[in-house]
Design a protein around this ligand. Structure first.
Ligand SMILES: [Zn+2]
Ligand SMILES: [Zn+2]
Length: 134
């Protein structure tokens, strides 16, 4: 197919004409119009995928190479992944803090261990003492 024909097809397609109408208007066989449409369409889709998957490493910001169909990567390498987790470990723990009422003094405290029952070692000892006295 010559360049002039391709350009005409592109123009008609951008105006919303289907493959059949284009083949009629230009006098090109429907099969070559269709195969050209298919080829140029897949080319366009590829560009979109490349654009949308362009994002940097969460830790260092380096460009990431995503493999199509696979889960998106967040880090460029294992080292960045580990460093990111080390940096954000505190934040992650803050999110999973439990609010616990101290069994001895009744004060509400926060802990990442939901099985804790006392706000401090002192309360635990005092509770033990007062219970033992009974
Ligand atoms: Zn990185
Ligand atoms: Zn307490």
């Amino acid at each position: 197919m010559i360049f002039e024909e391709k350009r005409k097809i592109d123009k008609l397609r951008s105006e919303g004409y289907g493959c059949t109408a284009i083949s009629d208007m230009l006098g090109i066989s429907i099969n070559s119009v269709k195969s050209y449409c298919r080829r140029s369409k897949s080319k366009k889709e590829k560009v979109v995928v490349r654009k949308s998957s362009k994002s940097g490493c969460d830790f260092c910001g380096n460009a990431l190479v995503h493999t199509e169909g696979k889960k998106k990567k967040r880090f460029c390498c294992e080292k960045c992944r580990m460093s990111w987790w080390n940096h954000n470990r505190d934040k992650i723990h803050h999110r999973t803090l439990f609010e616990i009422t101290c069994r001895y003094c009744g004060e509400v405290f926060k802990s990442n261990n939901k099985n804790r029952k006392f706000c401090s070692q002192k309360c635990y000892k005092d509770w033990r003492c007062s219970n033992a006295a009974k």
